[in-house]
Design a protein around this ligand. Structure first.
Ligand code: M6R
Length: 603
């Protein structure tokens, strides 16, 4: 999704913007641009390019632009294709105001018609350009006052950054629905879509809430609500280092993040245990039903969570795609709990579905990675994964951390309800503490997995099979592969194969079987035999020492033994590496796959 950065301060803004835009690249984009108020404060210089930030950088080479108040933007096309005209920033007719925007202005056509009638000419197909003209049309002599008027006219979800030659030392940021933070520096301040964009310059931030407007100058930050009332906001200090947003010698962020898992799993176990919210577990004690809603990889974590919560806490769980849950006639009473899982905490589908459920009387829990994100503030209770920023578009370390949190949540809820005994809890907890070193041993086999990737990289389709708690892992394996390699892949519960997908199997189809030695092993083994009998190519993810599976499979990736319920945290790791290596061998851009955005802030 689009990324915003704004700078006001003593240095030349251009390098700061370019650095920030690079940090925002992971969100997904197809064009980028900057708007800089020139040194004399009387002109806005706008430069844009279609393509990558390096294309914009090359374009700016030798242009010698200098200014101290500026905006930058990465655009993920919604209204109109990726062209220079449609790229942001957009400028008002008299070129006195420049705007960057993330989100969708739902009533833009109506506003556009009104503005056209008043003589405004539009240069782009975007919804954003109306905001630039609207600012000019409504300008009162004060940017904040104007922003209040503009915000009242806009419908939809948006984060907007505004600069103007009328008030050249100021940036105004407006937030409703899409994320926007303000960073505090010395003699300089920033706005941005997220923290990594400005982490090089500051670790102190405020996270704007919906309906808030920030007025930012180099020495001062003020926040107002939409009635123009000044608000007191408590800054947030982050402890991460900028290195979390660097590749640290790995070829891609995705590879680095896969390798970070021993640490992020460990940190999440510790983080959960040290910041347990007792009120949350009191609230869950009486729950008669738990809905888990999420999208993509987070949805797959929810599917695994269902097994654990039903097993340990004995609460019936329904897992739904947030975009589906939002528009169905769900049944909610005062004993209903709805948990939204979201790495970013900004996914529009998940947020809005949760807000609706909350309005209808459900208690809401957020499971998020990004501290201070919208979802973390909008839910009644929040649990965090402790991963730091995840930059690769494909979720990896946050998935295993979500699993760890869901397992601990289920055990803790079970303990409080009396459905889990203390020794049972302790046994699994102690075993969980060994999961990081088991993940490490899987990662040590990366070269072996790469060889397997090489063998199957030219396949047209893949099938992923698993049973019970490892069925969602088959879904996740298929999602990872398709999103970064563009190879068609399907995940299926292995027992369901005979009801249809078995027709796909021939000697060209690689079938990845997730077959750890758990309670369902024999059943899964029969499914593996069914694939082999139809000449499918079998790649198995099996428990170390399993020679029976090895004999029947074309290739095996071993994982260390574990208790049945812990296997998903291990079985997913080889699938992440397999997808990663297939995609890189095919020369795909794994960190920024085509058409995808890291944070999907539109419905
Ligand atoms: O930030 P969220 O967890 O809410 O994001 C949900 C999905 O957009 C996300 O998991 C997506 O499917 C990833 N690209 C998967 O790798």
């Amino acid at each position: 999704m689009c990324g915003i950065i704004g700078y006001v301060g003593k240095r030349n803004a251009v390098p700061v913007l370019l650095y920030g835009l690079q940090r925002l690249e992971y969100r997904g984009y197809d064009s980028a641009g900057i708007a800089v108020i020139d040194k004399n404060g009387d002109k806005i210089i706008v430069e844009k390019q279609v393509g990558k930030i390096k294309d914009l950088q090359e374009h700016l080479w030798n242009r010698k632009i200098e200014g101290h108040t500026a905006l930058g933007h990465t655009r993920w096309a919604t209204h109109g294709p990726p062209t220079i005209e449609n790229a942001h920033p957009h400028t008002s007719q008299r070129e006195t105001i420049s705007i960057v925007h993330n989100g969708i202005i739902e009533n833009y056509l109506e506003l556009k018609e009104e503005l056209i009638k008043k003589g405004y000419r539009f240069r782009s197909e975007t919804d954003t350009e109306v905001v630039a003209h609207l600012f000019e049309e409504l300008y009162t002599g004060d940017l904040l006052e104007t922003a209040l008027k503009v915000a009242k006219k806009l419908e939809g979800a948006y984060a907007i950054g505004v600069i103007s030659t009328y008030e050249p030392d100021k940036i105004v940021g407006i937030k409703k629905g899409s994320p926007l933070i303000v960073g505090f520096g010395k003699d300089e301040n920033f706005i941005a879509s997220d923290i990594p964009a400005v982490l090089e310059y500051t670790k102190d931030f405020i996270v704007l809430e919906d309906g808030e407007i920030a007025v930012v100058t180099k020495d001062n930050v003020e926040v107002y609500n939409l009635e123009g009332k000044k608000l007191e906001k408590k800054p947030l200090h982050v402890t991460w280092d900028i290195s979390v947003a660097e590749k640290a010698g790995y070829k891609h962020f995705m590879q680095k993040e896969i390798h970070e898992q021993p640490r992020t799993i460990g940190d999440t176990i510790t983080g959960f245990s040290s910041s347990k919210d007792e009120k949350l577990f009191e609230a869950i004690k009486d729950a008669d039903r738990l809905y888990i809603i999420a999208c993509g990889t987070s949805y797959h974590a929810g599917l695994v969570g269902k097994f654990w919560i039903e097993k340990f806490a004995r609460i019936p769980v329904e897992v739904d795609y947030a975009s589906e849950y939002r528009y169905r006639d769900r049944i909610i009473n005062n004993r209903t709990v709805v948990m939204g899982i979201s790495q970013s905490g900004e996914t529009a589908d998940t947020r809005f579905a949760l807000l609706d459920a909350k309005k209808e009387g459900a208690k809401t829990i957020g499971l998020v990675n990004v501290v201070g994100s919208s979802l973390s503030r909008e839910t009644d209770y929040v649990m965090y994964t402790y991963c730091g920023p995840e930059i690769g578009v494909a979720a990896t370390k946050t998935f295993t951390a979500q699993l760890v949190t869901l397992l601990l949540f289920a055990l803790e809820a079970g303990l409080k309800k009396g459905t889990v005994s203390k020794p049972e809890y302790k046994k699994l907890y102690d075993e969980l503490l060994h999961i990081p070193s088991k993940v490490e041993s899987i990662l040590n086999n990366e070269e072996g997995i790469k060889e397997i990737a090489h063998k199957y990289m030219n396949a047209q389709d893949f099938l992923f099979l698993g049973r019970n708690i490892n069925y969602p892992i088959a879904l996740e394996g298929a999602l990872k592969l398709k999103e970064i390699s563009y190879i068609h892949a399907e995940g299926y519960p292995a027992g369901e194969m005979k009801h249809g997908p078995i027709a796909l199997i021939d000697d060209k189809l690689p079938v990845v079987c997730v077959i750890p030695q758990d309670k369902y092993y024999e059943k899964m083994f029969s499914n593996l035999q069914e694939v082999k009998a139809r000449k499918g190519k079998v790649v198995s993810v099996a428990t170390e020492g399993d020679t029976k599976v090895k004999e029947l499979s074309d290739d095996v990736i071993y994982i260390p033994p574990a208790s049945d319920v812990l296997y998903p945290i291990l079985t997913v790791v080889p699938l992440q590496l397999l997808s990663y290596h297939i995609a890189t061998l095919l020369g795909k851009d794994v960190d920024q796959p085509r058409n995808l955005a890291k944070t999907v802030t539109v419905e």
